[in-house]
Design a protein around this ligand. Structure first.
Ligand SMILES: [Zn+2]
Length: 317
């Protein structure tokens, strides 16, 4: 194995994409721009006078009920988690996300279309070493029977378990160790999911207005309604890992540690980071000086692989 210095990355050039907000139903345009080293991911609302900026950090999270929403001085940007997961997945540390509305477009409900956008823009290596947030001591946060337990490790890995009382979901567990290729292959394509009765309730509350079978996996009491079926047989738990990566990236840098997660969601993901930062000695910031895998531009990675355990198109029942 080669060792090499691991530097921060930004986008090689600006890029633009459009789509619909899952909850607002509004059409939104997003421009992604390169940013200087150590700036992290910054969201800028170009539709508001003065174009206010919000740093994508855990302490700016103001709502976690149906998505992760950040806010600062009354300016909000919601449903940031899948795009944030794509930045981590692609190894991008610094970028500016300009949008003309309050919600990141949902696209197909997974992180895969964002990865395509990032690949199109290309990745540019910067001259400053990457930093990692390392879990240094065991940290456990609980909410009812849900919990997140993190223990020190040199890389990021997770064992995520969910339990939904539905014949096609039930108990699912997935063990995942992060690297760029495994993110693209095992996690990026997993779509957000919901249950028809909840969707109807959300829509009566003015939410999920942009929700459709094009951007979410939707279940009625017995079946999955999307004609193409699942992308992975355990797509739901993999999507929860996608959400976890997006939410943990609000640490401001990639996180290392082994995570054991049981029935969590955006709220507990965020509480974990808040408690981690509140506990002296529970974390350390380390600079990447040597890694086992040398830097490869993302563009030179193999084309998106057909996800493992991808089910053939067609209704699962
Ligand atoms: Zn999600």
């Amino acid at each position: 194995m080669n060792s090499c210095l691991e530097y921060q990355n930004t986008l090689a050039e600006e890029t633009l994409f459009h789509g619909v907000g899952l909850h607002s139903g509004a059409k939104i345009s997003v421009r992604l721009k390169p940013a200087r080293p150590n700036s992290g991911i910054l969201f800028r609302r170009v539709d508001i006078p003065g174009q206010p900026m919000i740093e994508a950090r855990h302490h700016h999270v103001v709502d976690t009920r149906f998505a992760t929403t950040i806010g600062n001085n009354g300016t909000l940007v919601s449903t940031i988690e899948h795009l944030m997961a794509a930045f981590w997945g692609a190894g991008i540390d610094n970028a500016i996300v300009e949008l003309d509305g309050s919600e990141v477009p949902i696209l197909d409900g997974s992180a895969a279309p964002y990865l395509d956008v990032l690949n199109r823009a290309g990745i540019s290596m910067q001259t400053v070493l990457r930093k990692y947030l390392r879990v240094q001591r065991t940290v456990l946060v609980r909410e009812g029977d849900a919990y997140i337990k993190a223990t020190p490790a040199d890389r990021f890995s997770v064992c995520y378990r969910i339990d939904f009382p539905h014949p096609l979901v039930g108990q699912q567990e997935f063990v995942y160790e992060y690297n760029r290729a495994s993110f693209q292959r095992e996690i990026a394509h997993a779509r957000t999911f919901g249950f028809l009765k909840d969707v109807e309730k959300l829509q009566s509350m003015g939410l999920a207005r942009g929700g459709s079978l094009d951007n979410a996996l939707v279940f009625d009491d017995y079946r999955v309604l999307n004609q193409e079926g699942f992308r992975y047989s355990d797509e739901c738990v993999r999507h929860k890992i996608l959400d976890l990566l997006g939410d943990l990236s609000l640490a401001g840098m990639p996180v290392t540690g082994h995570f054991e997660v049981h029935k969590a969601g955006h709220s507990l993901h965020n509480r974990f980071l808040r408690e981690l930062f509140d506990r002296p000695g529970a974390y350390g910031v380390c600079q990447a000086v040597a890694v086992q895998v040398p830097f490869f531009p993302h563009a030179s990675m193999p084309a998106p692989a057909f996800p493992e355990r991808f089910q053939p198109a067609g209704h699962p029942l």
